[in-house]
Ligand binder design. Structure first.
Ligand code: NAD
Length: 476
């Protein structure tokens, strides 16, 4: 049985407890065992990262670029095999999983180039005989905490810029996806990173959460709002840099003049693919009166044809949900919606397949209001609501009436609505005739309101979090 151990100071270290890693497409299969670190081992990892920092932070950029390229190359070369591991432990389809590993590879390749582009500025002083230089330093030891739904891509978009800009890392992956984290850590450890520059610790967030923040300089987190709030609070108490990307309740507005096929495609992909387990999932479908019935009928028809099965089986379009706890949460919200008076032209059911797994068919709620609990809280499953509105003006107001602000989409053929929506949607991402989920790797990513705290991730904007500006005065 493969042991997914911890990487501390360049050594693979056994933790204090082991937890089975179960395949959600076949709950009889144990993929491996995660070895959970103790709080003391987390402290050891932070100490190792602290020890490695002074040398790494001033290491030459070509070395760092080469290491990041090595990581990218191995990810590209092994994307099929690693994609299979990801699909087995998380439940997304093989094609989606292979795509995600490729995306992680592209992110490392992108930052392998960014590292040689670090710039500074030189300015005239307002005083005679003095020069002013503005440069960027590495921040220090950075704790990286990630969720299970993108176990290669999200760690990649945090680890790559952290290492590129000279920081050392303690990485704490989600409990449900230790295999992907272990595979990624193994690649990073063999790519030329000196011992201690990159460390991996497994464990239950609530148990080792405090230890992960003790003695570090920054923490970057992606996960639920509840955990994100706690981490932001604790980081502020310690006065360390913090960035948190959290949940969503993303609207997809469909206006009367939309191309129906495009709108249905966006809704079905955005709301239900990857079993709705994406922070950018379109969970609120806000549809104007004139197209409402045609849209609902077409979505219903499309949903009826989706193939839900083992993530590794050819032809599967949607795999299982990730675990029993998530399945229970989805079922609970299905009951809540029905109690709140929503209609269910398509009601989710537990499905039996050749292998025992957490297979849940989609739920489409209709005749819902934006005030219902199912439209206020993130469900994170294959469940979406249709909200009927009079016109575009009501649609945008409903779209913005949410505590969240990650992604917001509109399907329309009108330039007027498209432009207005782009300007007034209160979200970090807006999508025109595209699903609310599905992102490029080289541009900034992040949300507003309860979805996000701190500066943007990814692309050239990542440098803001992973470096600290220094202003130097020189008398010459
Ligand atoms: P989660 O908040 O339960 O866990 C995320 C990570 O935080 C895990 O590694 C977990 O172990 C750790 N953690 C939990 N409690 C902790 C604590 N007290 N201290 C330190 N760490 C702790 O989230 P999840 O269930 O893994 O992921 C699903 C959530 O992630 C959804 O809400 C989804 O919207 C969100 N998400 C957001 C984005 C984004 O970029 N905005 C992307 C993907 C997922």
């Amino acid at each position: 049985m493969t042991q997914f151990r911890n990487l501390i100071g360049g050594e693979w270290v056994t933790g204090v407890t082991t937890v089975d890693n179960i395949n959600p497409s076949d709950t009889n299969e144990i993929i491996g065992q995660a070895s959970h670190a103790s709080a003391q081992q987390v402290a050891d990892a932070i100490a190792a990262a602290r020890h490695a920092f002074p040398k790494w932070s001033v290491s030459n950029t070509q070395l760092r670029s080469d290491i990041l390229s090595n990581i990218a190359n191995e990810l590209f070369a092994r994307k099929d095999e690693l994609g299979e591991l990801l699909a087995r432990e998380e439940g997304k389809t093989r094609a989606e999983a292979i795509g995600e590993v490729g995306r992680a590879a592209n992110i490392f390749r992108f930052f392998a180039s960014e590292v040689v582009r670090i710039r500074g500025e030189k300015m005239a002083s307002v005083r005679p005989g003095i020069d002013v230089e503005i440069s960027r330093d590495a921040v220090g030891v950075i704790t990286i905490i990630t969720p299970w739904n993108f176990p290669f891509a999200i760690p990649a978009w945090k680890i790559a810029p952290a290492l590129a800009f000279g920081n050392t890392v303690v990485f704490k992956p989600a409990e449900l996806t230790p295999g992907s984290a272990w595979a990624l850590a193994d690649i990073i450890s063999r790519a030329g990173t000196p011992p201690g520059v990159f460390n991996l610790v497994n464990g239950v967030g609530a148990e080792i959460g405090d230890a992960l923040l003790d003695g570090v300089d920054a923490v970057t987190f992606t996960g639920s709002v509840r955990t994100g709030r706690q981490i932001v609070d604790k980081a502020m108490g310690r006065m360390i840099r913090v960035q948190a990307e959290m949940g969503g309740k993303n609207p997809l507005v469909v206006v009367d003049d939309a191309d129906l096929d495009v709108a249905v495609g966006c809704a079905v992909d955005g709301a239900f693919f990857q079993a709705g387990q994406r922070c950018t999932a379109s969970s609120r479908l806000i549809v104007t009166e004139g197209i409402h019935d045609r849209f609902v009928n077409a979505v219903k028809e499309r949903l009826g044809k989706l193939v839900i099965d083992n993530a590794l089986k050819a032809g599967t379009q949607i795999g299982p949900v990730v675990d029993k706890r998530q399945l229970d949460q989805d079922m609970r919200y299905m009951d809540i919606g029905i109690k709140e008076g929503a209609q269910t032209p398509i009601k989710g059911e537990l499905l039996k397949r050749a292998t025992p797994g957490y297979y849940l068919s989609p739920t489409l709620f209709t005749e819902t209001t934006n005030q219902m609990q199912i439209n206020r809280e993130e469900i994170f499953g294959p469940v979406a609501s249709v909200i009927r509105v009079r016109d575009y003006e009501e649609a945008i107001s409903v779209a913005n009436d949410t505590p969240f602000g990650l992604s917001a989409g509109i399907c329309t053929t009108s330039q007027k609505y498209a432009r207005h929506f782009r300007m007034h949607a209160e979200a970090g991402l807006t999508m025109l005739n595209l699903a609310t989920a599905g992102l490029d790797y080289h541009v900034p990513f992040g949300g507003r309101k309860a979805s996000s705290y701190g500066v943007r991730e990814q692309g050239t904007y990542a440098i803001e979090f992973y470096t600290i500006v220094k202003t130097s005065y020189l008398s010459v």
